[in-house]
Each structure stands twice: as C-alpha cells, then as structure tokens.
Design a binder for this molecule. Structure first.
Ligand code: COA
Length: 179
C-alpha cells in the first residue's frame, strides 16, 4: 500500500497531487497543490513531520526522512520543502529545510538542519552537511558543497520552468493519457 498511517496520522494531499503507486508515504506528510512524487520514492513522516509545498516534484528513488525530538533539541528536525522545488532522481533529504524555486541535482544528499534559501541550484552528487546554510542566488557543488558561482538569469528562470514542466507531466499521468 502506497499511503500508510503511522500512529493514526496519514499523508494528506488533494486530487491535484500525483503519487506514483510504487512510492511509499508514511505518517505525517502534507503535499501542496500540483506537487508530484515519482516511482520508488520513500517518504517517512514518523518521528517528526514532512511538509512539501505547491508544484514541487520529488523524482524517482529519492528518500525523505527527518530526526526526532531530543532533550537537547526539543523540536527535532522536520523536513520542510517549499514551492516549485525540483528534487532530482535518487536524492536524500534528511531533516533539512528547502525554500522555493530550488533544483536539487541527482544523487545529492542534504543533512539535518541544513537550510537552502530560495533560488539555489545544488549540483548532482553534492553533499550538504548538517547545519550548513546555502545562500540565495548561487550554484553549489561538491562534497561537501562549496559556493561555485552566482546563478545566471537563464538559470533563475529555469528553476520555475522545471517545476512547471513537472506539473504538466503529472497532469498527463493523472489523466491516464500515458497508459
Ligand atoms: C550543477 C550544474 C547545473 C552545473 O552546470 P554547469 O553550468 O555546467 O556548471 P559550471 O560549468 O558553471 O560549473 C562550475 C564548476 O562546478 C563544477 N561542477 C559542475 N557540476 C558539478 C557537480 N555536479 N559536482 C561537482 N562539480 C561540478 C564544474 O566542473 C566547474 O568547476 P571548475 O570551475 O573547477 O571548472 C550541473 O552540473 C548539474 O549537476 N545539474 C544537475 C541536473 C539534475 O540533476 N537535474 C535533476 C534531474 S532532472
């Protein structure tokens, strides 16, 4: 079963959201309008919560989890993802916060309490260590990530285009046009 409850809490989203039937979503997860979750994604909102904004796509094989509350960190680290975010194939997002209009390149790893501001590109295969803050308007690459350069106007425009392309694609899947 794709959508599972944990302690009576079940993932919440409306009919505009596409969830591939091979993905698994558990517990306290909400998705905003027009977001999409592609094959073999595992998202587990058990010991904290996951919030995903509008028009955000989580691509194939990505893993989403979070960290529980502790005495020294009473809120724990939930996973919060904003609007118009493209999460590439096989990305690992753990207890971090992503703003709006971000591209997370394929295979990237973002760890607890890392904060990614709006309008950022993270290169494929990059690692964002715990507590790191990525500044708005820049490309980050490497393991651990370093600021590589400012984004061009074309790349800033592309961030929204990428999200919009995935909205069109998920609409096809929802309409059964792809069968
Ligand atoms: C990050 C990315 C956008 C950079 O593209 P680009 O315009 O070719 O980048 P640049 O040529 O300006 O690269 C800047 C520097 O970062 C390096 N670099 C680029 N991508 C890198 C990556 N993923 N990891 C490590 N270094 C990288 C370049 O070699 C260059 O280094 P140099 O200055 O020492 O020569 C691209 O490489 C990438 O990773 N895209 C992700 C695509 C993706 O995963 N999409 C989601 C699935 S649809």
């Amino acid at each position: 079963m794709t959508i599972r409850s944990y302690k009576g809490v079940i993932p919440s989203f409306n009919a505009s959201v596409y969830i591939d039937e091979s993905s698994v979503l558990v517990g306290d997860i909400t998705l905003g309008d027009d977001s999409s979750v592609w094959p073999l994604v595992a998202a587990r909102g058990d010991v904290n919560y996951i919030r995903i904004g509008e028009r955000t796509n989580i691509q194939d094989g990505s893993v989403l989890h979070l960290s529980r509350a502790t005495k020294s960190n009473p809120e724990g680290y939930p996973l919060i993802i904003g609007d118009d975010v493209t999460v590439g194939h096989k990305v690992m997002l753990h207890g971090c916060q992503l703003g709006n209009r971000i591209l997370v390149g394929m295979g990237a790893i973002i760890m607890d309490n890392a904060i990614v501001e709006d309008n950022v590109i993270i290169g494929g295969g990059s690692l964002v260590p715990p507590n790191k803050r990525l500044e708005s308007g820049y490309l980050y690459v490497g393991s651990p990530v370093k600021q590589a350069r400012a984004l061009t106007e074309q790349e800033l425009t592309f961030l929204k285009v990428s999200a919009d392309n995935y909205v069109l694609l998920k609409n096809e899947y929802l309409s059964d046009d792809v069968i």
